[in-house]
Ligand binder design. Structure first.
Ligand code: AMP
Ligand code: TRP
Length: 352
């Protein structure tokens, strides 16, 4: 009979990452960053600028540096307190790459072959995609599990990667169960099963040009997205030009069915104002789209401009941003290093 083990609960810990590529947009804000801010009230949080994920596709080095500072500035401008929470860039904590290698040897090729993001990003010329783009999800699993994080706020597009992370954690725990027990580690389940925190007012913000495509940094059209650094004029122009259909807004939610562009604008309005779609349709239903769009312009400018202004102020002083990242990296390393020592011991690596 196997001995009963008492599992110590994992310390609740939030981890999430954002890639420093292109400009941050409203989808990043509503799907991820706005919720990062809320979670700091209740959790210990680690927010990472994932520069190593960025290089899975070719990056201009100067642009990567700029974008890394900009994402850091966005975290702070949105309201994350870098003194209380950890904000850092991934490449500064070696454990990410090290644990990712271990997970490359745990995850199965068949698991990776199912990842839809790889298929989308690699496109038709899959043979020519980098090996890193293919292994992207094992690095993401390493990001999370290196801190034994229990909760991961992300947009809906990351759901499949979170499921893979859970599978990797489970297989590692299973494959090394005897060893983990023999080493007397605090928990027989060495890695937790991190919970995806996907629910929220806008887990999937759609393109302003096509309500069936997600708002994305890589969309060729600037009119498809509101960037956090857009000024009031740009916000107004993009919302006025946003695709809609010829019908007025419905008064009931059911009337949004089959009208993805209208639904998207109502979702955005709701997420920015903390109001329900019912409530918004009660006010604007039956009226002209132009009236609702003007209200959305005013709301978007009021919500995003202060963040954009603060981001510009912060990036004007790169030394201060770099110092915040350096301090965050040191604190992240202090959590990651003991975990890596245990992982090496579990694997049987001799270490000094
Ligand atoms: P990325 O820019 O791909 O690093 O994404 C950073 C975060 O923003 C991730 O949690 C994504 O899931 C989230 N995100 C990106 N695009 C959207 C979108 N259109 N709607 C909601 N969340 C998004
Ligand atoms: N893959 C995520 C994205 O595209 C970014 C990311 C990397 C991440 N590592 C992570 C998100 C760990 C959450 C947890 O947006």
């Amino acid at each position: 009979m196997t001995q009963a083990v008492t599992l110590k609960p994992f310390t609740p810990r939030v981890f999430s990452g954002v890639q420093p590529t292109g400009n941050l947009h409203l989808g990043n804000y509503l799907g991820a960053i706005k919720r990062f801010v809320a979670l700091q009230e209740t959790h210990e949080c680690i927010y990472c600028v994932v520069d190593m994920h960025a290089i899975t596709v070719a990056q201009d080095p100067d642009e990567l540096t700029r974008a890394t500072r900009e994402v850091t500035a966005a975290f702070i401008a949105a309201g994350i307190d870098p003194k209380k929470q950890i904000i850092f860039n991934q490449s500064q904590v070696a454990g990410h790459a090290e644990l990712a290698w271990v997970f490359n040897c745990i995850a199965r090729i068949g698991w990776l072959n199912r990842m839809t993001q790889f298929k989308e990003k690699a496109g038709k010329d899959r043979e020519n995609a980098s090996l890193g783009l293919y292994a992207y999800p094992t690095l993401m699993a390493a990001d999370i599990l290196l801190y034994r994080a229990t909760a991961v706020p992300v947009g809906e597009d990351q759901k499949q990667h979170l499921e893979l992370t859970r599978d990797i954690a489970q297989k590692f725990n299973f494959d090394f169960a005897d060893r983990i027990r023999a080493l007397g580690l605090e928990s027989a389940e060495y890695f937790p099963q991190p919970e995806p925190l996907i629910a929220g007012p806008a887990p999937r913000v759609m393109s302003l040009r096509d309500g069936t495509k997600k708002m994305s940094k890589s969309d060729a059209s600037e009119y498809s997205r509101l960037n956090l650094t857009d000024d009031a004029d740009a916000i107004a122009t993009k919302i006025r030009k946003a695709k809609t259909d010829p019908e007025p807004l419905p008064s009931e939610i059911d009337g949004l069915k089959g009208r993805p562009e209208a639904e998207n604008l109502v979702t955005i309005y709701g997420a920015l104002s903390n109001r329900t779609a019912e409530d918004i349709l009660r006010e604007y239903g039956g009226g002209q789209f132009s009236t609702f769009k003007q209200a959305l312009v005013d709301l978007s400018v009021a919500s995003l401009s202060p963040i954009g202004d603060e981001m510009r102020r912060l990036v004007a002083d790169p030394a201060s941003i770099d110092a915040i990242l350096a301090e965050g990296s040191a604190r992240a390393r202090a959590i990651a290093e003991p975990v890596m020592r245990e992982v090496r011991a579990i694997l049987g690596f001799i270490q000094s």
